[in-house]
Ligand binder design. Sequence first.
Ligand code: 4AD
Ligand code: MG
Length: 483
Amino acid sequence: MSKRIKIAELLQSSKTGTTVNVKGWIRTFRNNQFIALNDGSTNTNIQVVVDFENTDPAELKRYTTGAAIGVEGELVSSQGKGQTVEIIARRIEVYGDCDAEVYPLQPKKHSLEFLREIAHLRFRTNTFAAVFRVRHALAFAIHKFFNDKGFVYIHTPIITASDAEGAGEMFRVTTLDAVKPPMNEAGEVDFSKDFFGRAANLTVSGQLEAELGALALSEVYTFGPTFRAENSNTTRHLAEFWMIEPEVAFADLQDNMDLAEDMLKYVIRYAMDNCREDLEFLSNRQAEEEKSMPQNERSEMSLTQKLEFCLANDFERITYTEAIDILRNSNPNKRKQFKYLIDGWGADLQSEHERFLVEKHFKKPVILTNYPAEIKAFYMRQDDPKEGVPGPTVAAMDILFPGIGEIVGGSQREERLDRLTAKMREMHIPEEEMYWYLDTRRFGTCPHAGYGLGFERLVLFVTGMTNIRDVIAFPRTPGNAEF
Ligand code: 4AD
Ligand code: MG
């Protein structure tokens, strides 16, 4: 047999009249004659024409939805509707039969909820194949963006003994007996007997270690899995998600915002240039989904229009204090339509407030900066007091996206040892355990900044999917770790 060619390449470059060899999974078989074959390289199926008169009927019965086959035949231009070329099969080999009676995927529309339950098979649908090709392109684009700028990709540990965000919502990693763990004299579990000689967890962020790298390599980034044991059952939260965390020495908050905006625009542009067919498919899918929704809930723009719009406009940059003023005077606040009314400065913003700012007020991505110190992590750089700002703030930035909410969180870091240790004391973060982090401030400290991009939230935005469980292959959420 000739060498296999993938369908995407065949549709691009193969000449009619040549012999081709394709392999894939049957999507449909109609009239005992036409196989629609898909190999995952594109959503476009290739039509295989079967010479049914000269094929053993027992063999024909094996051409069912889901079966894996190899085909050798001649590529010819097609008379049929919907395709320009097709393959006149000379030889068909069935690698794996698929009993259509019990195969869960039928050639019809299945709900996303149903497909989530058969996540091991959903790669075989057009929607998920498109989502995962786009996800791949975005991951590749992120590496390309940072590589082209001279950033060093570092791998920070998955298992750690520190709590980077100080939020305490971590998964414990232990080999101790769950039923009868060793106890110390104080009646607590004795983690000195545990595998690492101390309590350990899955990381919530690689930031603290990335900072160590940045203070030598100047520009680094991580791209790895992170874990949060928060019990949030929302369409935006996962217990296991992938995060990109760049960290840059000799950079301030402005540089940090510029880098994040450049990166987001670069990777969205990359997807638009390299996943055109998939994004058009997803755009149509979204429009189709929304037909059954009331007019006021439908998107104002199509998916591809939304992405173009995002590239064409500067993100709006405003301070937390300015945002509070806008929200306080907004109609939903005055009419008491917000669940959490904004009456003063200092409260954390809820997603209803973020959505109002992004989707109703500015109608584009927004970067919110200089949040109250109280509601942010210990490592963020303390701002000088400013007139008109009621309380202490930090050089934080959150990027809010339409339909997503927070997609990026970051800050300039507190590089001044005395300020940092004072803050840690205030927040009861043990200085002795964090000696290695503080050492960067003791030895050659410098201004530096970084941020974290939630990868699945980016994929959600670019694919127009609405549930984060549908943009990661095997989602981990409270009560669910199947597959
Ligand atoms: O805002 P977060 O918690 O920031 C950090 O972890 C910092 N250490 C990042 C840094 O400065 N290097 O998380 C960063 C981003 C969020 O903006 C969000 O996009 C995503 O990670 N994220 C989640 N995505 C999915 N599921 C969750 N449970 C998430 N929690 C945060
Ligand atoms: Mg955050």
